[in-house]
Design a binder for this molecule. Structure first.
Ligand code: AMP
Length: 216
């Protein structure tokens, strides 16, 4: 199972980052978190960084070419033969086709299903480390270091795009542009649906059971 190419799909706040990270750690494979890579680009204040900031803070997808270049560059730097976890990419059919064109196949797509009301509720309590990006939640997963990161001790902050109005825009974008990927991957018979509203441990065990059943 540790040589699979896995994509995590689902609305913002569905738990893709948490589950993808756990899976990558357990399998010892790279975790490519596209949102996090884009946030690092933003902090560089380059021309591309400024464009990313503008789109991300408005709750929109960054331009296709930026998302594709950033992701394909990361993929070219790893030994994909050993498996990987892709989180936050693809977010459009165009991006999925760009990935297919490189010849890198996707073996499994995990769809974390969470309804919009739960997402809005969840995002209001989300806190992120200002340095390393580790995610916490004031109710479901509080940091043991209070308002600081358990890993690097930096301050925890609310992401600008977790503001409720922006979350609503992000959900609209998800339904319009990303949700069509559900049929895209269902047709390829590699889509696995998981109830993302369960607690994080249960979700991980469900993912494990489903993948193991089909990929012993
Ligand atoms: P995430 O951390 O995955 O929730 O992503 C945060 C934001 O990064 C999104 O709302 C988009 O603005 C941007 N983003 C992340 N991944 C992509 C992608 N594949 N295509 C376009 N924009 C993306």
């Amino acid at each position: 199972m540790n040589n699979l190419h896995i994509v995590f799909l689902g609305p913002p706040g569905a738990g893709k980052g948490t589950q993808a990270e756990k899976w990558a750690l357990e399998m010892g494979v790279p975790h490519i978190n596209v949102g996090s890579i884009l946030r690092k680009e933003m902090s560089g204040k380059t021309t591309v960084g400024n464009i990313i900031t503008e789109y991300m803070e408005a709750g929109k997808l960054v331009p296709e070419e930026i998302a594709i270049n950033v992701t394909l560059e990361q993929l070219s730097e790893i030994d994909s033969g050993k498996g990987f976890v892709l989180d936050g990419y693809p977010r459009t059919i165009y991006q999925a086709q760009a990935l297919e064109k490189t010849g890198v196949n996707v073996d499994v797509v995990i769809l974390l299903e969470v309804d919009d009301d739960t997402i809005i509720d969840r995002m209001s309590g989300r806190r992120c480390c200002s340095e390393c990006g580790t995610t916490y939640h004031i109710k479901c997963h509080p940091s043991m270091a209070g308002n600081n990161c358990e890993i690097c001790s930096a301050e925890l902050v609310c992401r600008v795009d977790d503001n409720p109005d922006i979350v609503k825009s992000r959900l609209d974008v998800y339904h319009e542009k990303t949700a069509p990927l559900i049929d895209f991957y269902d047709e390829r018979q590699i889509l696995y649906r998981i109830d993302g509203t369960a607690d994080s441990k249960q979700v991980f065990s469900d993912i494990h059971a489903l993948i193991k059943f089909d990929n012993p």
